[in-house]
Design a protein around this ligand. Sequence first.
Ligand SMILES: Nc1nc2c(ncn2[C@@H]2O[C@H](COP(=O)(O)OP(=O)(O)O)[C@@H](O)[C@H]2O)c(=O)[nH]1
Ligand SMILES: [Mg+2]
Length: 488
Amino acid sequence: MRNYGDDCPIAAQAAGQGALALIRTSGRGTLELMAKIFSRPRRLRDCPGNTVVHGWILGEQKRIDEVLISVYRAPRSYTGEEGADISCHGGTAAVGAVLGALRGAGFQDALPGEFTFRAFMNGKMDLTRCESVMEIVSARTTTALGRAALRLSGALERKIRDIRDVLLETLSAVELYLDYPEDELEGGEAPEVFPRRKMAEEALEQLRSLAASYRREQLYQEGALAVIAGQPNAGKSSLFNALLNEERSIVTENPGTTRDWIEGAVSLEGIPLRLVDTAGLREPEADKKAEAQGIERSRALIEEADMVLYVVDGSAGIAPQDEAFIASYRKNKNRNGPFLLPLWNKADLAEPSNSIREKYPDLTILSAAGGTGLEELCRLMKSLLTEASETNTAGKDPAETDMSIPNTPMPGDGACLPAGLGALRQKELTEKAACALEEALHLADQKAPLDLIAPPLREAADALGEITGEVSTADILEIMFSRFCLGK
Ligand SMILES: Nc1nc2c(ncn2[C@@H]2O[C@H](COP(=O)(O)OP(=O)(O)O)[C@@H](O)[C@H]2O)c(=O)[nH]1
Ligand SMILES: [Mg+2]
């Protein structure tokens, strides 16, 4: 198999399910090769960069497809190389035939992520921006898109570089000092390792908050799973429909209608939320096999969920089974399970008594059918999910904070948040840098010799350099880019 790393002409389909498709090419000699299969070869060879040429792709003297070719001249292109994007007609036949003609002319099939790999190698983008390209491609909500676009704009790269600069400055002061023989020292006193100690401490603080940002960014990228559970007839399907704002789940008066589970997707103020309506949790009757299966699957889904919306039929009150279920989640506070939100439904028929309110101070009161209390519920769900993403990284027990509404308002759509980490790789390296810097600061506190302090400082700076790609190895790059999709 061909490896990443040369500048041979490559081609791949980059987009297109509909009327048009985009085939992207890049590499040395791209336009010369393409001219061989184009109806207006001279025009293509001679046209300046950033222009569009109209014509036909030809194969064996036959017209294959009428296309527009966007021409790029090095270094003004995505990859930094000479390149051309062919807009041809969509559909497998047209795309296949154009790609076939390109192969015939001498283009190789691009590897996954190869265009972006070349962009990185040619200094067009650092690694955080390269990774954000894939995050943009897979973004499911406008918030997730906005978060990734912030990284593509270089906000994360700048932040990392700024912190690294502080470390490198300190390191170079330390190393300069180490180069001097001891007898040349003024007064024989070692200098302050962190002449601007406050800056180093601030850098550590920034690294810690960056590392913590990963969970939050993940929440926007990956989303969360909320499972609606409760006894039959509690109003689970009604709640599911109300949250989805459409009549997708069957709602009936006969207990046990939702035999299987139904899934929907909503954006919870920018968090992609998978919402699952389950079968009731009561013990199945012997003749209701399908329902029994549904119940089993409900339990499995609950185990997977980030959050359980536990619906109680308010008109019937909190039944012993409800109490048992809710209690089973509270008892296991230390387990790494989902949050459970107890919901008092059908509030239009009955309000909870004072004793119930006292027993369940976190009870959310709503009417799924009447549509009341739903906004409050959404706000609470968002707070809990966001809070979980912050507290988990801070190393606290997530269950400790469940059931409570945080006082701080949540930013509406994540737009005002500073740039955060979009990839696990970035988070691990940020943590590595933070640990190393912490060690260096600790050694300095203990007045350790400088030659012991320099290595962890170097380690911290290198870890940050690896995030942006200033410090990188071929295998790291190959692993990273091979995860990209074709044509990117
Ligand atoms: N009055 C009232 N009835 C409701 C409310 N929510 C659901 N219901 C009714 O309760 C019955 C069962 O609802 P459904 O959503 O099918 O419950 P599920 O079995 O838990 O999925 C239906 O007749 C709904 O119309 C509510 O907030 N108020
Ligand atoms: Mg139902």
